[in-house]
Design a protein around this ligand. Structure first.
Ligand code: HPA
Length: 241
């Protein structure tokens, strides 16, 4: 099974290991070049997994198709399983900074442009690979999670994707909470939709970098730092350390 992982802001895994090949996004024709700090902008190919270090965001002015491009590229390269990660704000008051949340559903508030094509496949109630949650005793055949990693607290919840780049108002958070969302972020949805439409198995995990009602000074630096701090835990969960 050819696998890839897309790393969100500040996330850093397998960086101590030498990739077989390292391709800067600038060398891949058509790749949307994001400018957000904390993103390295390189595709590192390791023996068991390809790692995309950073992504372009819809709010940077890219079209929906551009935001989908990296995932479509992976699909065209034969990737069959995709792990998506992102930094997200915790809406659920029980969440703490550094917690991990497996995405089991999403709300799309990204105001996509006209080129976003809908697909019947996305109407299915379950589009995510939730083996990490469903089958912890079974050591997760797909991701190979060994038993000792079960001590990592893994929430499950609904991710709401917003356009950004601003963080949310108090009232927006109250609204999202009333809709059942547990975390909010500015990415991942183009990737989910592209992967699902192409029958790629998707596991999506949010790293909770701030929690509404708890984080006092919310800013990009704090978000990146919190994601960096949680990287090791994420790598352990996914057996990528
Ligand atoms: N809101 C939106 N995106 C985010 C947040 C947030 O609170 N934290 C990290 N990415």
């Amino acid at each position: 099974m050819k696998r890839a992982i897309i790393l969100g802001s500040g996330l850093d895994i397998l960086s101590g290991e030498s990739p077989i090949e390292s391709i800067p996004y600038t060398e891949i024709p058509g790749w949307p070049l994001g400018k957000v700090k904390g993103h390295k902008g390189v595709l590192d190919k390791y023996k068991n997994i390809w790692v995309l270090r950073g992504r372009a965001h819809f709010y940077e002015g890219f079209t929906w198709e551009q935001a989908c491009f990296p995932t479509q590229y992976l699909v065209n390269q034969g990737i069959e399983e995709l792990i998506l990660t992102n930094a997200a704000g915790g809406i659920d008051p029980n969440y703490e900074i550094g917690d991990l949340m497996q995405i089991t559903g999403y709300l799309n508030f990204m105001k996509p442009d006209k080129s976003r094509k809908l697909s019947r496949i996305l109407q299915k109630p379950t589009i995510f690979n939730t083996e990490l949650i469903d089958n912890p005793q079974n050591k997760n055949a797909a991701l190979g999670v060994p038993e000792q990693n079960l001590s990592i607290r893994l929430h499950q919840g609904i991710y709401v994707g917003v356009h950004g780049p601003n963080y949310e108002t108090h009232s927006e958070i109250a609204l999202f909470k009333s809709m059942g969302a547990s975390a909010v972020g500015m990415s991942t949805i183009p990737e989910i939709e592209t992967a699902v439409k192409n029958n790629v198995k998707v596991t999506a995990i949010s790293i909770i970098t701030n929690v509404y009602g708890k984080t006092v000074d919310l800013g990009h630096e704090g978000v990146v730092q919190a994601a960096k701090n949680a990287s090791e835990k994420l790598a352990r969960l996914l057996c990528l350390s």
